[in-house]
Design a protein around this ligand. Structure first.
Ligand code: FAD
Ligand code: FES
Length: 322
């Protein structure tokens, strides 16, 4: 079994254990969040030995060359000596909370003012770091021209970061952020292309950014947004989205309720309603954000309906138990 050496201590990996699992099993404290190779929070550096290429996926070529890799998806094939990433590998920025308001009982809107420039595309995500090192990813709902970063955070019962954001984080507090990350954003290659966007819960955050970005850039193809929740009380931005639909002939908004009382809205899961309405997606660009099960299921169905793999942007809000 390969051995991982960290801070001059060596630990043997079990079976197909990841480097992160091996080190945490031995009491080494390493930051992590998604545990699925998405957020880059667990990035560390191999100083001897070569990490498998798959564990370096999505990292900048310069970081790959320096031996950086994602510990949560690294099943080592050989002995590795590793060190924590230095600050320059994933630079952090201070950001001040300038506004915080509830959309409803479960979802809060947070606006942050970064201390210096933060260059991003609406729909990408950032990592938010609490003072004690807890890190979680949140999608960016604002446009650069808004002048602030907007996040929509859903309170997960028992959730450490979302509970803290909901109940304790206050206006004028400062957090640390890194990013932006991810490929879920509007691409202006074909202004006539039809777009299908499906999100559940706070999965509306990146889609709100993408829709506004596409319309601001003069997108002419149809833009269909399906937003789903279990109950009407948990849907949000309904008035704003309906107003958008009135203002733009090519934008269509369908709120969906999967629970018993649909209150006159579309009844069923947003992904199922969307994919039954658009059974042929050849030539479409598709955006899927929110609960991992919904996203992964819809991704397969969109592909089977004809959407090209590289035209499907899926952002599952993957959660580990870090
Ligand atoms: C790329 C990306 C983008 C994301 N964007 C957003 C966003 O814009 N808005 C947003 O609200 N969240 C977003 N998330 C999810 C977010 O990063 C956290 O996972 C979420 O806020 C829960 O963190 P927590 O610390 O509160 O919960 P934890 O303390 O990590 O978890 C507590 C318990 O709840 C479970 N759990 C965690 N999340 C969920 C969930 N969604 N549903 C059911 N059970 C869960 C855990 O398994 C654990 O048992 C995103 C995630 C990723 C990977
Ligand atoms: S990439 Fe490893 S914890 Fe997210």
């Amino acid at each position: 079994m390969p051995t991982i050496t960290y801070s001059e201590q060596s630990y043997e990996c079990r079976g197909d254990e990841s480097v992160l699992e091996c080190l945490t099993r031995h009491g080494v404290e390493l930051s992590s969040s998604c545990r699925a190779g998405v957020c880059q929070t667990c990035m560390i550096k191999a100083t001897t030995g070569t990490p498998p290429a798959q564990a370096q996926k999505g990292l900048k070529p310069q970081l790959q060359q320096q031996g950086y890799f994602l510990a949560c998806i690294c099943t080592p094939m050989e002995d590795l000596t590793v060190t924590a990433a230095d600050g320059a590998a994933l630079p952090r920025l201070a950001a001040t909370v300038i506004d915080k308001r509830p959309f409803n009982d479960a979802i809060v809107r947070l606006r942050l003012q970064p201390a210096s420039g933060f260059d991003y595309r609406p729909g990408q995500f950032l990592n938010l770091h609490r003072g004690d090192g807890l890190t979680r990813s949140y999608s960016i709902a604002s446009l650069p021209q808004d002048g602030y970063l907007e996040l929509h955070v859903e309170h997960i019962p028992g959730g450490r970061m979302s509970g803290w954001i909901m109940n304790e984080l206050a206006v004028e507090d400062t957090v640390q952020i890194d990013g932006p990350h991810g490929e879920c954003f509007y691409i202006d290659a074909d202004p006539e292309q039809n777009l299908l966007l499906v999100g559940t819960g706070s999965g509306l955050a990146p889609l709100w950014g993408i829709v506004r970005d596409a319309l601001a850039q003069g997108h002419r193809g149809q833009i269909h947004l399906f937003h789903g929740s279990r109950s009407r009380a948990k849907l949000y931005l309904m008035d704003e989205l309906r107003q958008f639909a009135e203002m733009h002939d090519n934008f269509f908004y369908t709120p969906c309720i999967s629970g018993l009382d649909n209150g006159g809205l579309a009844a069923g899961r947003a992904n199922e309603i969307a994919l039954s309405r658009f059974a042929k997606l050849d030539g479409w660009r598709v955006y899927l954000c929110g609960h991992p099960e919904m996203v992964n299921n819809a991704k397969k169905k969109a592909f089977l309906a004809g959407a090209a793999f590289d035209q499907i942007h899926a952002d599952p809000f993957t959660f580990g138990n870090a």
